[in-house]
Design a protein around this ligand. Structure first.
Ligand code: AMP
Ligand code: TRP
Length: 328
């Protein structure tokens, strides 16, 4: 029995990394068994901060579909689709924009932060579309009357706003929409190879699509205990990034490895080798599935076309209700 209906989305930014997988996608793969799920590659959201050059968009969308399918998202069980291919997202976004007070949008904490952050990188996102980002996100969720939205902590203010918009709509016209709730992932933040949070903007990421050899090469570059200079120095696993990865990918061997490290037994080179091999094993299913889909791009296109069609049907039914409620 389904526990409810989930909607979530990710921007096809082209750099999906292991942190994104463990922090979000892996959770979706688990949730697909208990909920009715709708997952969208939100290309319109990608345009809100990157509208000048859109040449990479088709490739990024295709790669994101590969990322999801190789992780084990089932495109039959779930609806997996591309946001811009279901025009109802644009229509509902427009209608919601009529009733969303400007002040609600201006006070979203991520708005001014991001404006500043991207502004300092020379990007001008002082646009109408960027201000409306959370309105578009609200439209995404409520078009399917989803009640549960798995997201990272940074998206909480957007969900609060979504509930406010829903309450306003239901009060002004008629009670069409449920109020969506956030569902936070319990996965801790994954560090990058330099020990800071794994993030595309730091260049410390391990690409999710990395081949076994690329994985090994990235693991070789990981920072370890800076106090441990020679192999004969005793190490401190508590401050070591490699150790944090062993905790995730190699729980079976972790006690033996950390004890050996503390006693100046195993050296960092060997410790990294053992981690890399374990990661290769853990991610093997993903690699196999990925190469199957990579060899068959038209199958991926078909899967998205099928998802777009199913999403359109649901979205169209909701828009009928919306137009009726608003006398359009
Ligand atoms: P972003 O690409 O940074 O917008 O993140 C997309 C999703 O991946 C969000 O749900 C984040 O919470 C998650 N995420 C990003 N970086 C990490 C990380 N280093 N560790 C765990 N989760 C992450
Ligand atoms: N804003 C989300 C992010 O950056 C992506 C997103 C767009 C989304 N629409 C959504 C997430 C609807 C959940 C539901 O992570």
């Amino acid at each position: 029995m389904s526990k409810g209906r989930i909607f979530s989305g990710m921007q096809p930014s082209g750099k999906f990394h292991l942190g994104n997988y463990l922090g979000a996608l892996e959770n979706w793969v688990r949730l697909q068994h208990d909920y009715e799920c709708i997952f969208s590659i939100v290309d319109l959201h990608a345009l809100t901060s990157k509208y000048e050059d859109t040449r990479e968009l088709p490739e990024n969308i295709h790669n994101m579909a590969l990322d999801w399918l190789s992780a084990g998202l089932d495109p039959e069980k779930n609806i997996v689709f591309v946001q811009s291919q279901v025009k109802e997202h644009a229509e509902l976004h427009l209608l919601l924009s009529m009733m969303t007070p400007l002040s609600w949008l201006e006070r979203v904490p991520t708005y001014k932060d991001k404006l500043q952050q991207l502004g300092s990188q020379g990007k001008d996102i002082n646009t109408y579309g960027f201000l409306g980002y959370p309105v578009l996100m609200t439209a995404d969720i409520i078009l399917y009357k989803a009640d549960t939205v798995p997201v990272g902590e940074d998206q909480i203010p957007h969900l609060e706003l979504a509930r406010e918009i829903v309450r306003r709509f239901n009060h002004l016209y008629s009670p069409v929409f449920p109020e969506p709730q956030a569902k936070l992932s319990k996965a801790p933040l994954l560090p990058g190879i330099d020990g800071r949070k794994m993030s595309k903007s730091y260049g410390n990421e391990i690409p999710y699509a990395a081949s076994p050899d690329e994985l090994r090469a990235r693991v070789r570059l990981m920072v370890t205990d800076p106090q441990r200079i020679k192999k004969t120095d005793a190490g401190n696993p508590d401050v070591c990034t490699v150790h944090k990865f062993h905790k995730i990918f190699n729980l079976n061997q972790i006690d033996e490895i950390s004890q050996s490290c503390r006693q100046a037994g195993i050296g960092c080179v060997d410790c990294k080798k053992r981690l890399a091999e374990q990661m290769v094993i853990n991610l093997a299913d993903i690699h196999v599935r990925r190469s199957e889909y990579e060899a068959n791009p038209s199958r991926v296109k078909e899967i998205l076309a099928y998802g777009n069609e199913r999403a359109r049907k649901m979205a169209a039914a909701t828009m009928e209700e919306v137009r009726q409620a608003m006398n359009l």
